[in-house]
Design a binder for this molecule. Structure first.
Ligand code: HEC
Length: 139
């Protein structure tokens, strides 16, 4: 490689790392499965469960449909869910992640509108915090 080519190559590598390659790896699957995924199945007072609307959804928060009678996803389905949810995490600025902002009440720092309602009224909600911890790379 000539020196300019080599520099271009190294720059490309550095950019691809900065753009989430490393960050994406820091999202932990086991933590996701144990602490985050159950939240998508949980009934919240006054709201439908995330899974009711998001299983097979046409938007970016697309969960796998549960098998009939199943109360949890298989590991393979959880991996597919993990891939979809990971794309809704902004690793460079975890608290701005769509998975955190969209279901959060606007006055608590969330987006203006979510068809599924203000599922979390404050950032102190333990479930919201569990998703935030995972998005920050907690194991
Ligand atoms: C009553 C149905 C319903 C429920 C329950 C629901 N959602 Fe949604 N959600 C939607 C619809 C419809 C959209 C797409 C339109 C919009 O943004 O409002 C959406 C969009 C989203 C998005 C943005 C996806 C994208 O394409 O960018 C996220 C993130 C999200 N929901 C998270 C959640 C979470 C987390 C829960 C449970 C705590 C939840 N939703 C519960 C209906 C629902």
């Amino acid at each position: 490689m000539t020196i300019p080519t080599r520099l271009a190559f190294l720059t490309a590598v550095a950019v691809s790392f900065a753009a989430g390659h490393v960050a994406a790896q820091s999202l932990d699957f086991a933590t996701y499965r144990a602490k985050v995924e159950p939240i998508f199945l949980k009934k919240r007072e006054g709201h439908a469960r995330c899974v009711v609307c998001h299983a097979g959804a046409g938007n970016a928060f697309r969960l796998q449909p549960l098998a009939q009678g199943a109360t949890a996803w298989t590991e393979e389905q959880s991996r597919q869910n993990f891939d979809a949810v990971s794309k809704l995490v902004n690793s460079a600025n975890p608290l701005s992640s769509p998975i955190l902002k969209h279901p959060l009440a606007h006055e608590a720092g969330g987006d203006e509108f979510h068809s599924g309602g203000r599922q979390f009224t404050a950032q102190t909600d333990p479930d919201w915090k569990a998703i935030a911890d995972w998005a920050r790379g907690a194991k």
